[in-house]
Each structure stands twice: as C-alpha cells, then as structure tokens.
Design a protein around this ligand. Structure first.
Ligand code: AOF
Ligand code: ZN
Length: 350
C-alpha cells in the first residue's frame, strides 16, 4: 500500500479535482503490475495497473491481490466503473486504504466486489492515504476547498515592518519550497495590499500553475502589475466590475462577512479543490478568524526591530512540526478541525 501511495503522489498537481490514486497487483509477494491516475480525465489507477501486466503474467491475475489506495469506483464517469473491471479480471483479493467519499461511489465499489465473491480488506494505511488525498476529502466532506495558509515572520512574531518597507525573511530554500507548493494547489490567493506592494506573479516553475486570485475591492491594482498581464487564469475579486479581459476575470462579489465563504463556494463550483493563501496579514487573519483553514506553513527567521505588525495567532494549532531550513525554520501547523492529520508518512509529503 505504501507503494500505491508513492505512485499516487506522482500525479500531485495534475489529478485535481480528482483524487491521487495508486494501484499495485501482487502475486505471491511479487509485483506483477502497477499504475496510478496520472492526469485529470485520464484512465484510473486500476486500469493503468492492469495494462502494465506483461502477457506472460496475465494468467496470474486470478491468483493475485490488488492493492489500491482508494476504493475502486462504481460509476460511469469519464471512464467505466473500475469495480466491474476488477471483477472481470477475476482478481482474488482487493486491499483498499480509503473508502471513496464521492457520492456516486461511497461504498458501492466495495459492495460490488463483495457481491462478486472477492475478498476485500479496507483501512490499510488509511491515515496516510487520507492525508495524501486531504484536498479531495475536504471537498467531499466539507464542501469547500482545502485551505493552506502560508507566511513568513520573524522569531518575535513580526510579520513586516510598520513602514511596510520590504523585509526579506525568506531565503533561497524557502523560496524554492514555496515554488513547489504552489504547483500542488488549484488556486492561490493574496489580498489587495500584497498584490499592490509586492507585485507578485503567483506562478510556479514546477508544472501546474494554480488559478491566481487577488482581492481588489475598488480596482486599485495598477494595470501594469504582473497579475493583470496576459498569463495564467486570474480572478480579480472586486465590488465594481464583472467580466473578462484576456486571462483576467473580474469577479464581482459584495465585500461583507460572507465574502470568503462565497468565494470558496465559487471555487468549489469550478472544481478547485485547494487554495493556498500567501498574505497579507489582514487576509490571513480573516481566514483564521473564520476558522477557514486546514494547514499553516510558517517560515520563521531571525528577529528584526520591534516596529512590526503582529503576526496572526495560531491558537487552534493542534500539530506542529518544525524543521530547520537554511537560516530559516519551517513551522507547520494543522488546524484542530482538520481530520486529515498526517500519518506515519504524512509529514514527508508536503
Ligand atoms: C480517479 N482516478 O484512479 C480513481 C477515481 O471523473 P471520473 O469519471 O474520472 O471519476 C472521478 C471519480 O472516480 C473520483 O471523484 C473518485 O470518486 C473516483 N475514483 N478517480 O480520477 C482513480 N480510482
Ligand atoms: Zn475508477
């Protein structure tokens, strides 16, 4: 099953909003086939696994065990049901990590296998598999994207100097890590002041580029800023205008208490299953105040003078890991309500 998770993880950033799924076929302790769901809309893990079995080994399938990190699907979606395929291949036994929370499956895949007389065991490496698919599980159990907050602060809790002069907290390690993180999420967001002052590009040099989102209530971001140039899809959330201009969509929403939840609803509706929020302090604080977060990744560097703005507090943090990272430390928090806590492998797969 660990091999299934390793395979599944290779599609990070490409499978969303579908889950990361790996499958391994084992005959008497020997792997005779393996596969994973490689990209959204393409073949499921089980199908790729069967396709990888050599001609000579095909006769062994009825004596083999199929390990799969998510319950085989039972529905006709972009592909026919994997449970039917597993039954047709006459696999002896199926071992599953997680039951599929998607309403069209939700136990029906396992039921099909059992009804066909196949032995099914579930819950193997369940916690690790749920952690790997925390974005997918969040969408199906909470009806909102999985939310990751990210910021850099000083040891004494300061976020930025009060005069807003730029303070370099991140280093080449944290920048590189951040670049990779972006490629794993479906959307990335900043507040108005960050968008104006930092003029960020919000892209990643690793594969997938997330949908870029900036809050800009009264459309103050200068037209020459990188977010408004032709590039990856961008939403400018504002109160004045609706419409499209090149890759930019002006998204009109009332800036009231419901702004974030409404925006999250809209993201769910277009299949965005995760969001990474990169500042500024006001936007991060709003997510924290509303309990709308699942993970926080905080880079902490040496102290600066005390004229700073206090960093958001993380009173609800449950689990905190701490790694040295060049001159920085990365503190890693899991929100109390986050039921997808890392398992034994989890913390290694940020
Ligand atoms: C995958 N890959 O390996 C498995 C999935 O949109 P479809 O038709 O590809 O179906 C997606 C659903 O199928 C997905 O939400 C999940 O419930 C189920 N299983 N999906 O993309 C896989 N096993
Ligand atoms: Zn399937």
């Amino acid at each position: 099953m660990m091999r299934c998770l390793q395979l599944a993880q290779r599609a990070e950033g490409y499978a969303a909003p579908n889950p990361l799924v790996g499958a391994v076929l084992v005959h008497q302790g020997r792997i005779i086939g393996e596969g994973f769901h490689q990209v959204y809309g393409a073949a499921h893990a089980e199908v790729n696994c069967f396709a990888s079995v050599s001609e000579a080994d095909r006769v062994l399938i009825p004596e083999s065990t199929l390990y799969v990190s998510l319950e085989p699907c039972a529905h006709f979606g972009k592909t026919p049901p994997c449970a039917d395929r597993v039954i047709r291949e006459r696999v002896q036994r199926v071992v599953v990590a997680n039951r599929d929370p998607f309403a069209a499956v939700d136990g029906k895949g396992i039921d099909k296998l059992l009804a066909a007389g196949i032995q099914v065991d579930t819950g193997v490496l369940e916690q690790d598999a749920a952690w790997l698919n925390r974005r997918f599980f969040c969408v199906h159990t909470r009806n909102r994207p999985y939310i990751i907050l990210k910021w850099a602060q000083t040891q004494n809790g300061f976020f930025a100097p009060a005069d807003r002069s730029r303070l370099q907290i991140s280093n080449s390690w944290s920048k590189r890590l951040n670049d990779r993180w972006r490629a794993k999420e479906s959307a990335i967001m900043v507040g108005t002041i960050t968008a104006i002052n930092d003029n960020p590009r919000l892209t990643s040099s690793y594969g997938h580029v997330p949908l870029r989102i900036a809050l800009d209530r009264t459309l103050r971001i200068p037209a020459t800023h990188q977010l408004l140039q032709e590039g990856p899809a961008t939403w400018i959330v504002n109160e004045l205008e609706a419409g499209n201009s090149g890759s930019v969509r002006y998204h009109k929403l009332p800036f009231d208490d419901r702004l974030l939840t409404q925006l999250l609803d809209e993201l769910s509706a277009v299949g965005k299953n995760s969001l990474i929020v990169e500042g500024g302090v006001q936007l991060l604080q709003s997510f924290i105040d509303q309990g709308l977060w699942d993970e926080a990744r905080v880079f902490i560097a040496g102290d600066v003078d005390s004229n700073g703005i206090q960093a958001p507090r993380l009173s609800e943090a449950l689990h905190c890991a701490d790694w040295p990272l060049g001159d920085n430390r990365l503190h890693y928090y899991i929100h109390n309500n986050n039921s997808y806590a890392p398992g034994t492998l989890g913390l290694h797969s940020l």
